[in-house]
Design a binder for this molecule. Sequence first.
Ligand code: ACO
Length: 358
Amino acid sequence: MARANAVITGWGFYAPSRVMTNADLEKIVETSDQWITERTGIKERRIAAPDESTSTMATKAAERALAKAKLKPSDVELVIVGTASPDFVFPPVASLVQAALGATRAGAFDVGAACTSFVSSLAVASGMILGGAVRNALVIGAETLSRIVDWKDRGTCVLFGDGAGAVVLEASSASVGVQSTVLHGDGTKCDLLWVPGGGTKNPTGAEKLEARMHYIRMNGNEVYRSAVKAMAEAAEEAIAKANLTADDITLFVPHQANLRIIEGVAKRMRFPMERVFVNVQRYGNTSAASVPIALCEAVEAGRLKRGDKVLVAAFGAGFTWGASVLEWFGEHEGPRQKSPLDIASRAIEDLVDRVRPA
Ligand code: ACO
């Protein structure tokens, strides 16, 4: 039997409708459109409505990805949500999404690697598909960072935004798919970018709230330097692992942290900016959601066609970082092949449903 590949057959994203511009931020903290634009390239970001949360946005993105893949929720075997801003400490966001979708046959768990969470989730899902554990997975990156940002800290609140992106990853006998994955970390840098309160180390309490420990804290300069070096090195490693060179990469979709980081990575790799996808100016840094949102917009803009090689890379708190090279598959055409075991198990499930008393 031909070796299976893990291919993306569906994609979708959701961004909340409320737009917060740099001019809006000027009314909240002492900052300016000029400072934010020059330092980050960000012009506006989306902010979740009060009735929205990470799981509701993740669900909307997932529904769009499933529609594109022409799969029913009941076909989904695994839901993974990469996030640093879950609805609750537990249950996982993936469980809330699974329920909202009606993906009754799917396993569900979250991956927590901050801004690297989507790339890490993709690595886990493709590993499970290549290992034969599941035949498909919904891989989602979703964040409501506006709820954990300190709106009194101009050094961080101007950077982040909310949103969700999702892909459907499927086993396929096609020759395209995930070609390489690399993941790295340096846990000695934990306190350079973190939310110190609200977990089990510094549980929520009046004192911790007073000290604003439940909000994001960051040493921007250190993060900047580390992010550029780490993302560039991981990207080069992923390209080499796929037996390719940078010239073979059709499009580079990096984590949309800020324009200076993206340009710094491209410069370090000697990779032309014309082949780098950038949408940070419209969404800010949406952490785990940034790569899948950018990937969706890149496809919708016609920047990827079947057989093109796309490089994704991310860096985030931990520090964590990673990259992956995928050969683009695109929309699935024609009926999916079902294994005899699948056909038999579906028939038994249908029979049980029919004979079960209401
Ligand atoms: N508006 C106006 N002035 C500001 C603002 C603001 N929003 N924020 C900081 N400043 C001031 C500082 O107080 C400082 O003033 P001072 O010189 O009087 O002390 C001055 O601007 C310079 O501050 P720096 O922190 O040195 O500014 P820098 O040029 O390093 O830019 C930035 C800061 C944009 C945060 C940069 O360090 C950066 O991009 N870091 C990466 C952070 C990032 O992207 N993190 C996201 C999470 S990790 C990831 O996704 C990769």
